[in-house]
Design a protein around this ligand. Structure first.
Ligand SMILES: Cc1cc2nc3c(=O)[nH]c(=O)nc-3n(C[C@H](O)[C@H](O)[C@H](O)COP(=O)(O)OP(=O)(O)OC[C@H]3O[C@@H](n4cnc5c(N)ncnc54)[C@H](O)[C@@H]3O)c2cc1C
Length: 290
């Protein structure tokens, strides 16, 4: 993990998001899909804590060597500030942080399920999977067309893509869960990778459990320090021996977890759901199965 003063190379608006490219060779060299960085905010009461962003891409070779890319979904003051960053300004960046996705050694058919800015981390993963000869298929979803991140990139990286939007402005009308069963069948999925809202990931986890599919998911728990000290971002994870669970810090033990071991009910509690009703026929995981 390095702390660097990274120059902003460029910023670009992409639909509802902003793409931010910074020069940070020490971090880019080590970055793996699923990892993230923490970025210092300007001085001010609303900015006491650093903000965390998944690594969307890391160039290690070629003309853009040593750069990191992020996708900013401006939902609050910190992300709005990052979205307004100007080229040639500097950011205080710590990274790469956390544990990334593990590559399947034997499993070759990988289904990637991305919701909103969750696609940022999964496109980085897709590049690596394709480079190692895996088959990649995707489901990409959001509320509106503007919130579907780089649909052309999704097409470039995968054999098949299902795009869904809640308002039907791009692809089929619906949520990623609606497209998941058909995408899993079509792709012959052997492993599922997902990133998105916690409620959607809970549904995807239930689907994978029902189908007996191994999966890995990048969780976004509210995070304080990002380096394991403050214990803000804990997620209850069942122990392998079934003797109970541990509250693991998603900043250092995650953010990528095996969803079969996440105690979704305990973790999410009464958080509001993004989906109005569970998809038909699919039981929602409300308790850890034994
Ligand atoms: C590992 C990790 C990777 C992330 N990657 C990205 C990324 O690539 N792009 C991106 O735009 N954002 C990403 N985020 C989310 C981003 O860091 C938070 O939303 C952050 O709080 C935004 O700061 P803010 O000041 O803009 O908004 P805030 O004022 O902090 O929050 C805005 C709204 O989101 C809610 N909120 C904040 N954090 C969470 C959470 N974890 N779960 C549910 N609701 C929450 C707040 O209550 C508020 O309503 C990531 C977070 C983590 C932990």
């Amino acid at each position: 993990m390095k702390r660097v003063r990274a120059e902003v190379l460029s910023t670009r608006k992409m639909g509802a998001y902003h793409q931010l490219t910074v020069v940070a060779p020490e971090i880019a060299e080590k970055a793996r899909p699923g990892q993230f960085v923490s970025i210092r905010m300007p001085t001010g009461r609303e900015f006491l804590l650093r903000r965390h962003l998944a690594i969307h891409d890391a160039s290690r070779r070629g003309g853009w060597a040593g750069t990191l890319e992020f996708v900013i979904d401006p939902t609050g003051p910190g992300t709005a500030w990052l979205a307004s960053a100007r080229a040639h300004s500097f950011l205080d960046v710590i990274g790469p942080l956390g544990k990334g996705f593990a590559h399947p050694r034997r499993l070759t058919n990988c289904l990637l399920v991305a919701e909103r800015h969750g696609a940022a981390t999964l496109y980085f993963l897709a590049q690596e999977l394709v480079a190692t000869g895996k088959r990649v298929d995707m489901v990409v979803g959001a509320e509106t067309m503007e919130q579907v991140l780089k649909p052309i990139e999704a097409k470039r990286l995968s054999q098949t893509v299902a795009i869904v939007t809640a308002d039907g402005t791009l692809g089929d009308r619906g949520a990623v869960m609606d497209a998941l069963p058909e995408a899993a069948d079509r792709s012959g999925a052997q492993v599922v990778y997902a990133a998105g809202s916690a409620r959607t990931l809970e549904y995807v986890a239930a689907f994978c459990r029902e189908r007996g599919l191994p999966a890995q998911m990048a969780l976004e728990e509210r995070m304080g320090c990002g380096t394991g000290l403050c214990q803000t971002c804990v997620v209850p994870i069942a122990r392998k021996d079934g003797s109970g669970y541990d509250n693991l810090r998603s900043c250092v033990d995650g953010p990528v977890f095996n969803p079969a071991r996440v105690l979704w009910d305990r973790w999410l509690g009464e958080r509001p759901t993004m989906l109005p009703t569970p998809p038909e026929g699919l039981p929602v995981t409300r308790s850890w199965p034994g």
